[in-house]
Design a protein around this ligand. Structure first.
Ligand SMILES: *[C@@H]1O[C@H](CO)[C@@H](O)[C@H](O)[C@H]1NC(C)=O
Ligand SMILES: *[C@@H]1O[C@H](CO)[C@@H](O)[C@H](O)[C@H]1NC(C)=O
Ligand SMILES: *[C@@H]1O[C@H](CO)[C@@H](O)[C@H](O)[C@H]1NC(C)=O
Length: 413
């Protein structure tokens, strides 16, 4: 003790206190000019308001599985995903709870749940090869997990496709975010992505993308929820090249020809393991075909609302298993387009063995589903991902499909 005077203990304690305060400031990640700049410049954008800081703390203590079971937030929309979070007027303080509300094959997608918040403040995409901090493109190319939110309403015109790296959530709740008339979202060779609450339209081919609204390739654990998608050059949601563990839920699709392609080509057998859940979506006006068009894998099409199609709703080739349960299919007036199903360029002696079934679907206005295959339970077990509800509830379940109106302190409607 002799070596340490009271004064030096006091000084050491003071230094420790300073270090502690500094560390807390970094943990809290609040913008402050006292902080050293984060090495990759993320710091000033990571969190811009106390709500989000609160949410970060909240995240580590909450247990949404328990909450969901206890029914604390069940709000009676009848939609199991929404009932998990949507009636909580404090949703904005608990944004990351959403990550535990997924169901279906993509239910384990955690997105950026275990990372920091990143606030997009800049809608530009001028320097797309060296994106500026504050832009969406800067956020999605980071290697670390991030939960990406937006400071205000914005329209983002991307010069080329947005290549999203693993463990990201893009969360448009509370603001109006349009990604339009240029590149859109590309999830290539990535895992754990959640895309929620975006308007995606007018997506066009660019140097690195085909013009899909959301293109998924070589990727897994993907959840696409509550987006409004329309009028793009290629598909609205395409998943190819060995992608799997995907849920496409609560989206609102309109004005588009080839809506959803699941499976790369008849000869690409890696897609044999693909499992995709298509649930609670609204297939609205101006859609033509591919809702979805499937190849090889296992597809659970459940409790969706189809209000019309010009050619067909569900198509496929290369022996996919299609489990259609509790959907509402409203056929168009055209007498030659009443069939829900379409086997693409395959003679019937070949498709007779494919496992396609319709269970509890509501077929309206002359709609008919042509089933095939045996009651192959093993096959349908791999194409079952959640409990279907009665087709009579589809209108209610899908009433909130597409981007929700969310305001802080209020339930999202
Ligand atoms: C959350 O609750 C579930 C079910 O009760 C339990 O298995 C799990 O361990 C809990 N997780 C945490 C982090 O407390
Ligand atoms: C994804 O991986 C495949 C095979 O490893 C590769 O050929 C392709 O270029 C990758 N795509 C991207 C966008 O990185
Ligand atoms: C779709 O986009 C094209 C331009 O890419 C535009 O001319 C057309 O009006 C749009 N259609 C609808 C229904 O929005």
């Amino acid at each position: 003790m002799a070596a340490y005077s009271n004064k030096s203990i006091f000084v050491s304690a003071f230094v420790l206190l300073l270090l502690f305060v500094g560390a807390m400031a970094i943990v809290n990640d609040q913008p402050s000019n006292k902080l050293p700049k984060d090495i990759d410049g993320l710091n000033e954008h990571a969190v811009s308001n106390p709500d989000e800081v609160a949410a970060m703390v909240d995240m580590s203590t909450r247990n949404s599985t328990e909450r969901r079971k206890s029914g604390e937030f069940v709000c009676g929309t009848g939609n199991p995903i929404d009932d998990c979070w949507r009636c909580d007027s404090n949703w904005h303080r608990k944004r990351k709870s959403l990550a535990d509300c997924g169901i279906g094959f993509g239910r384990n997608a955690i997105g950026g749940r275990d990372g920091r918040f990143y606030v997009v403040t800049d809608s530009s995409d001028e320097e797309h090869d060296n994106p500026r901090p504050g832009t969406l493109r800067y956020a999605v190319i980071q290697n670390r997990p991030l939960w990406i939110v937006f400071k205000h309403d914005m329209v983002i015109h991307l010069k080329k496709g947005l290549m999203v790296k693993s463990f990201k959530t893009i969360d448009g709740r509370g603001v109006n975010v349009h990604i339009a008339d240029g590149g859109c979202i590309n999830i290539h060779n990535a895992t754990n992505i959640i895309v929620h609450g975006l308007h995606l339209h007018g997506c066009k081919p660019t140097e690195n993308a085909d013009g899909d609204a959301i293109s998924i390739s070589g990727s897994s654990h993907i959840w696409i929820d509550h987006n409004s998608l329309s009028n793009c050059t290629d598909g609205l949601v395409d998943a190819v090249m060995g992608s799997t563990a995907i849920t496409v839920s609560n989206n609102h699709f309109t004005n588009h020809n080839e809506v959803m392609l699941l499976g790369h080509s008849d000869s690409y057998v890696k897609d044999k393991h693909m499992q995709v859940t298509i649930a609670y979506n609204h297939f609205g006006e101006g859609l033509v075909q591919r809702m979805p068009r499937c190849r090889h894998g296992y597809f659970h099409v459940v409790n969706n609302d189809y209000i019309e199609w010009k050619m067909y709703a569900i198509g496929g080739s290369a022996s996919p298993t299609i489990n259609s349960q509790g959907n509402r299919y409203l056929a168009p007036a055209d007498p030659s387009a009443k069939e829900v199903t379409k086997r693409v360029r395959t003679p019937s002696e070949h498709w007779k063995g494919w496992n396609w079934r319709s269970e509890g679907d509501l077929l309206l206005n002359g709609a008919y589903f042509t089933p095939s295959g045996a009651e192959a339970t093993a096959s349908y077990a791999r194409a079952s991902s959640l409990g279907a509800q009665s087709s009579s509830l589809v209108g209610t379940i899908t009433a909130g499909a597409g981007v929700l109106g969310c305001r802080r302190g209020h339930k999202c409607y």
